[in-house]
Design a protein around this ligand. Sequence first.
Ligand SMILES: Nc1nc2c(ncn2[C@@H]2O[C@H](COP(=O)(O)OP(=O)(O)OP(=O)(O)O)[C@@H](O)[C@H]2O)c(=O)[nH]1
Ligand SMILES: [Mg+2]
Length: 417
Amino acid sequence: MQKKQERVIIVGCQLPHVDDERFSYSLEELASLVHTANGEVVISLTQKRDTIHPATYIGKGKVEELVRLVEQLEPDVVIFNDELSPSQNRNLTKLLHVRVIDRTQLILDIFASRARSREGKLQVELAQLQYILPRLSGQGVELSRLGGGIGTRGPGETKLETDRRHIRGRIDEIKAQLKAVVEHRGRYRQRRKRNAVFQIALVGYTNAGKSTLFNRLTNADAFEENLLFATLDPLTRKLVLPSGYTTLLTDTVGFIQDLPTTLVAAFRSTLEEVKEADLILHIVDSSNPDYIQHEQTVYRLLEELEATNIPMATVYNKRDIVLPSFVPSPKTDYMLVSAFYEQDVQNLRNFIEEKMTEAMERYDVAIPAFAGKLLAQLKAETIVRHIHFNEQSGMYECSGYLLPEHPLLLQLRTYSK
Ligand SMILES: Nc1nc2c(ncn2[C@@H]2O[C@H](COP(=O)(O)OP(=O)(O)OP(=O)(O)O)[C@@H](O)[C@H]2O)c(=O)[nH]1
Ligand SMILES: [Mg+2]
């Protein structure tokens, strides 16, 4: 059931180092985030300043303008396009007599309603509590007075706890639970590594089309929607390539500019999967005017994750609605596709296979006919390029690619041509 949309005023402040285009885009992005959180922007208010006002974020005159707008339009909430300090938030709430939240809280709120796995939920709740703690005044009156709505929702649509002592206890509890979950996941990952499965991770800016491609490539049905942060938990499925070789493909949470620092930390372990990948596919929305900025945001976050040494290829998606001015500018090999064209998805599978072989080890072997088991293993666990029975020698001549740490590697060396 669709709940009633909340009415929102958004407020932005443009500092000298931000040019007009970036500023207006970041406000548009804030509006999309509001939409994703089931809100409706009734008006946006902006100001140019040399520095942020320490007490009220925007200047005195603008605050007065905002007070009048709030009286006129009676929004449910006012959202600032930045992270507010605890005192700014308190001051603004007093002046405006309405719920005031910032970009960080908005993103946390969306994350809270999207998290599905136990780990995701725990991480979001932790980030939320850590955000709230320094912002509680006295006995937590201000936040608890607020009632429900954007910025006050916890994971699973419960209301956030606002009692200081309870929050501290809960934070410790969550940390302990997370440690257990992360350890479990680490063990699971190791097992997968031992089984020598090639792993591919889809990464990219939010709304680039990762889940859509994930679904088309694997014929699965991950949640795909024209909302930001549709996917929050990494999802892994089998992907069968044209040669018949099976890999694991992981869909991940989308990246975003100015991701709140609390969240970068909280989501690092969700993105740990990316670090384990043998190949990263960077999905970019070629229809988004800000695609270059998006690419850079993703590169930066990959650096923070220390994942830049992993082979990477770029997939420009949404070719059906590509920007007329689009020019591919990747650091890597790339392909331009639309997730909606079956032929493109098929070509993408071929492209992926080609990129994979570049990250793998090539073998060229002659296997005696009696070693049938080995041959079957090659077919199942490696990418076989050629296979030919040489009648004269009675040997199978095979070539192909396998993972550098694959257990078969040693055995193959003995049959090397
Ligand atoms: N026109 C067009 N739309 C696409 C294409 N691929 C995906 N979309 C749409 O783009 C929107 C976002 O797609 P998702 O797959 O949810 O994007 P995502 O990258 O997984 O987003 P997050 O999970 O939020 O990070 C959806 O409305 C898709 O239908 C495409 O090739 N062409
Ligand atoms: Mg997604």
